[in-house]
Design a protein around this ligand. Structure first.
Ligand code: AMP
Length: 316
């Protein structure tokens, strides 16, 4: 059984329902990735490494993880802290923006839990996934703990995957984010950015520029997402563009990239090729954006993805 560890923060999510009421659920980029990975590839052991509080809301959050069959053995409890919270606003074209209350969340304490025992568990994984938001959540004076952890994982043969999700307000400035992201690029086997982030941080709009940039970091596999446009993959220096089918009625693009990541990682770890993995991941993201919120109803996801994943498993 494949063993995956995903490191990040889950928050309380507030989103509007179609009748204008507020709906409460739980989400966060890395958690969303964990959920969709597990939903699509049920035989994987998908572990979420995070910290929550000891309050009732944290209990409900952990119950939500369990309901999604995400392994909670590495969910740490911090006394006196509570989960962060965010609210989604969606404009008429389905594009979303967020308001956050997360500066003092329990998840920010996570580096206290990088004990020898927990490092031992993480080293037993096949894959470790984290994002630019996971990096931003770590308090600056604890960043070295994280980089030492990543070095140990790499030395133990764990594959490292990184999505440089960039939220400007979580960083002092672009330079600070770029320094951390570039450490991550150097240590990752698989990097999965949205083109928007690379444009915001580096001004790249062309794949060839991205290819040059990434070759300096020795990234084995780079997958660049670009909304409804084709996905660009660079593997062992070879560039390929994979067309996807645009969705006509976009309801809410929250979690498009996260669901893509979860399914792509699961597919690649199952031995499915790059182009087929992109197709599966794009099908998942294409379904997710036709529903409100980050985590869509499990039945809708299963109806779409169940037959596709099965078909690829047979073809492989
Ligand atoms: P993004 O983070 O916006 O680049 O989107 C991530 C992934 O979600 C893309 O690579 C697509 O697979 C999917 N996606 C996003 N927007 C659309 C859309 N309008 N139509 C179809 N797929 C989309």
């Amino acid at each position: 059984m494949k063993n995956v560890y995903l490191f990040g923060e889950c928050m309380v999510e507030l989103s509007r329902t179609s009748d204008g009421l507020l709906k409460q659920s739980y989400a966060g980029d890395v958690y969303n990735t964990a959920v969709y990975l597990k939903r699509a590839f049920n035989d994987f052991n998908v572990n979420f490494f995070t910290a929550v509080g000891e309050d009732p809301l944290s209990d409900e959050m952990v119950a939500a993880f369990e309901k999604e069959n995400v392994n909670t053995d590495m969910v740490q409890r911090v006394r006196g802290k509570a989960p962060g919270l965010y609210m989604i606003s969606v404009d008429n074209s389905g594009e979303r923006s967020f308001s956050y209350w997360r500066n003092d969340s329990a998840a920010r304490q996570i580096m206290q839990f990088v004990s020898a025992e927990n490092v031992g568990y993480l080293c037993m994984g096949d894959l470790f996934f984290f994002s630019g938001i996971s990096l931003a959540v770590i308090t600056p004076n604890e960043r070295d703990i994280f980089w030492q952890l990543l070095r140990k994982l790499k030395d133990s043969g764990v594959r490292i995957a990184f999505d440089p999700n960039y939220r400007a307000r979580m960083w002092a400035d672009k330079t600070e984010a770029k320094i951390q992201f570039e450490r991550a690029f150097r240590m990752s086997d698989l990097v999965m950015p949205g083109i928007e982030e690379l444009e915001q941080l580096y001004g790249f709009t062309e794949f060839s520029k991205i290819q040059d940039f990434c070759s300096a970091f020795g990234i084995e596999e780079l997958v660049v997402k670009n909304g409804p446009e084709s996905v660009c993959c660079i593997r062992d220096g070879e560039l390929s563009e994979i067309d996807i089918t645009p969705v006509e009625t976009v309801v809410d693009t929250t979690s498009a990239g996260d669901s893509f990541n979860g399914v792509y990682l699961g597919a690649r770890m199952s031995g499915i090729g790059v182009a087929e993995s992109v197709q599966l991941a794009a099908a998942a993201a294409g379904e997710v954006i036709q529903h409100r919120g980050a985590i869509i109803p499990s039945q809708a996801f299963a109806d779409k993805m169940g037959p596709l994943v099965e078909q690829h498993a047979v073809e492989k």
